[in-house]
Every structure is written in C-alpha cells, then in structure tokens.
Design a protein around this ligand. Structure first.
Ligand code: UDP
Ligand code: MG
Length: 326
C-alpha cells in the first residue's frame, strides 16, 4: 500500500487557550510521520469549531490561511462533543484513508498516532487508544469514570475499557458509521458494533494543556445517561422485575395476613387494605414493565440502525468496487 492519507479530526469548544499549541504540535507530528513515510503528504488536520464563543474559530481560520494542511469546519451552534466529532469524521472521510480523532486539549499522547497508523497498515480498521493510568485525572473523575464503565457493562453495552474518543477509523469504518442514523450519538458504544478488525494501543493520559474541562458534572451525568439509554433497555426490564417481585411478595404476605385474620389477630379492614396495596402495586409495575417493553421496541425501531455490516463479500467481488458516493 502507498502511504495512507490521514486526517486528524479535533473537536474544539472554547479552546482558545490550548489551540495554538495543539495546532503546532499536531503539525509537527504530521511532518514527522510524513518524513518517516508512514502517511501521505496530503494528510491533513481538521479542526471542528463546535459553536465556540471565544476566539477558537479565529485561530483555526488564521492557521488554515497560513498552513495548507490545516483545515477548519465551523458548526453554526454548539452541537456537543459527539456530534462535532461526527461532523469532522464525515467531512474528512472522502479525502482520507484513515481518520484519527483526538481532543483539543492534548490530554492524550499524540505520539501514539504513529502506532495507530502502523496498526492501520497492518490491516486493522479500528484502533482504540486506551489509557494506562489516569493519574492526571482528578480522584472524582477517575472514580466516576470507573463506575460509568462498570454500569455500562452491567447494562449489556460493549465498551472498550478506559477508551475515550481517541481512536483511528478506516474510511470504510466511517462510511459504515454513517449508517447509524441515531440522533443521540454515543460513538464509544457504536464503534464496537461495527465489528471490523480492531486493535488497542495503550498510552498514558496527561493533564489538560490549558483551559478548563468542557465536561462539568452536569454534562458528565447527561453523557452517562445518554450512553445508557441509547444502548440499553435494561432500566425498563428492571421495572418488570420489581413488579414481579412485589407481586410474589403480595401473594406470600397475602396468605400470611389472611391466616392472621382468620385466627383473629388483626384490626378489621387492615388485611384487605394491605393485600390490595401490594397486589395492585405489583400488577401495576408489571403492566408498566410490559408497556416499557413495547416502548423499548419502538425505540429500537426508530433508531433505524443497520441490521448488519458486511466485512467481505466474495460473491460480488468481481464487480467493480462500489463505494458510497464521494
Ligand atoms: N468539546 C466539544 N463540544 C462540547 C464540549 C467539548 O467539541 O460541547 C470538545 C472539547 O473542545 C475537547 C473534547 O470535546 O476537545 C473533550 O472535552 P474535554 O477535554 O473538556 O473533556 P474531558 O477531557 O475533561 O473529559
Ligand atoms: Mg480533556
């Protein structure tokens, strides 16, 4: 294979403090990789301004005038990290063989992009950057992140542990990603669903170069909730489960209370009250759960996710390679 065309996509939201340095460092890395003949000289850097209200776009625009390899994409309003990232991936896909996404604050060691590209050359279409240790993150962030991964796993969502949105995707992977049309985008959950050959590369996560996190607690919680509810109907199932349990409890206690009543050990009226409360409560919860199951189905239908993704098609191989319009 010739050297692949690489695009590095960087979502930026109010990153004026770090951006100049980020641009410099990524340009430097790009030069190195070109010199090492790992990537083609047409490789580019794409900065996506996610509706920032500081000088972020100014910096991107000026850099793009100065350096031909620096490109910019400006979103009209703040669409959120995941959407900004997708916008960048889709904008870059037609002129890239592979795309690396990385945060603007360079907490992720950019040197491992070299390993990403090497893996890509070996035939991996998805390469996950995985953090070794998270010393640089606060105690709070580290632990909430751990819980988050555990909870997601428990809910049946396949996630790569300690992997954020630092990864390489082949052009084909991005094209398939485009077929996931859901509005609530949770890339970390979707990328493993693609099923293409994948590898992981480990690195140490550093502290933010400058500026503050764009993920305050409120956004973190929203992100976690989004991740869970976009991938799992387990919470609905729990309602059914609780309903079933209280229903059986009502049967057990019902028998016991009736026995007390018959042997004359209770207040008048109490038995029928307590039995009906538990019995009806249980029935109602089961009914909720049942309705929830249907809503869960509707919800899955509305996502219109692709039902399968083809890896190799030997049957149609003799036809000219079809790519989606580019
Ligand atoms: N970001 C974005 N839109 C947003 C919030 C964040 O594009 O609405 C970008 C941000 O500029 C950064 C990346 O997403 O490049 C990750 O954000 P941050 O580093 O603040 O998150 P943390 O590392 O603290 O989880
Ligand atoms: Mg960060």
């Amino acid at each position: 294979m010739n050297e692949p065309m690489l695009t590095i996509v960087v979502p930026c939201y109010n990153e004026e403090e770090v951006l100049p340095e980020t641009i410099d460092k990524l340009r430097g890395l790009r030069e190195e990789l070109i010199d090492e003949r790992l990537i083609s000289s047409e490789s580019a850097l794409l900065f996506v301004d996610d509706g920032s209200n500081d000088a972020t776009w100014d910096i991107i625009y000026k850099a793009s005038l100065r350096y031909p390899e620096v490109k910019g994409l400006k979103l009209a309003r703040n669409a959120g990290h995941q959407n900004a990232l997708l916008a960048g991936l889709l904008a870059a896909k037609t002129r890239s063989d592979c795309i690396v996404s990385i945060d603007a604050d360079l907490q992720d060691d950019i040197a491992v992009i070299r390993d990403f590209v090497k893996k890509f050359q070996e035939g991996y279409e998805i390469v996950y950057g995985v953090r070794n240790k998270r010393d640089a993150d606060t105690f709070f962030k580290r632990h909430t992140a751990q819980w988050f991964y555990k909870l997601m796993r428990a809910m049946g969502v396949d996630l790569v542990y300690n992997h954020a949105d630092y990864r390489l995707l082949s052009r084909r992977a991005v094209e398939e990603l485009e077929r996931f049309e859901e509005v609530n985008l949770f890339l970390r959950g979707i990328v493993p669903l693609l099923g293409f050959r994948s590898a992981t590369v480990h690195y140490d996560r550093k502290e933010r170069l400058a500026g503050k996190t764009k993920y305050p607690l409120k956004k973190m919680i929203a992100f976690a909730l989004d991740g869970i509810t976009s991938f799992s109907v387990t919470p609905i199932r729990m309602i059914s489960l609780i309903g079933l349990v209280s229903f059986f409890i009502s049967l057990l206690f019902g028998g016991y209370f009736l026995f007390l009543k018959l042997t004359g050990h209770t207040q008048t009226g109490w038995t029928s009250l307590i039995i009906s409360i538990w019995f009806l409560g249980g029935l109602q919860l089961i009914a909720f759960g049942l309705i929830g199951e249907y809503i869960g189905k509707i919800y899955k239908e509305t996502k219109r996710r692709p039902r399968y993704i083809v890896d190799l098609d030997l049957f149609n191989l003799w036809k000219p390679q079809q790519r989606s319009p580019s």
